[in-house]
Design a protein around this ligand. Sequence first.
Ligand code: URA
Length: 210
Amino acid sequence: MTLQELSASLHDCQRCKLAKMGRTQVVFGTGNPNASIMFVGEAPGFNEDQKGEPFVGAAGKLLDKLLESAGLSRAQVYIANVIKCRPPNNRDPEPDEVETCKPFLLQQIAEIKPALVCTLGNWATQTILERKVPITKVKGQAIRLDRFVVFPLLHPAAALHQGNLLETLKEDFKKLKAYLDRQQTPAAPTSAAPTATPTPAQSQMDLFGA
Ligand code: URA
């Protein structure tokens, strides 16, 4: 199933109770369908529910700035949430809602095939890593899974609510940029197979799917 077909199939999703708890629309995700870098948040809030796009409120404005600080633009990456419908009063997602919606996030990832998945906050991090590890233990580091690398980051909304976390989040985006820069630097040629070493242009294209 293509990303578009998946999005269409969820258009009027009634699979969990959030469908009947005041959501305006399903917020599927936006960005480059061939992105090498994907960002995954928790769930749509008020503004996202109104507009049908992830991260368009205050947390989204901060995310835009942070992306820019890492040399990234929204158009280049793909942004989605674990939960596609707004929970009432922005409450935390409930386990049955995560279980119902998680397969669709995994399908999005399988279709987009990003090299890197940046998880924003505890929910996305624990859902993707499939373990109950606190974000504070794993943030700002690259964790290799089978098909992609996970780079957990604090949730931008947490940084808006607790000013002391903003500096940490900015620092972690610097680490993300350093990680991305390292991926673009071709490995020093090893003796045997110089032709196998990607050129900088190739590795840049690989990473950004441009
Ligand atoms: N917070 C999220 O986790 N996702 C959004 O789309 C907006 C705010």
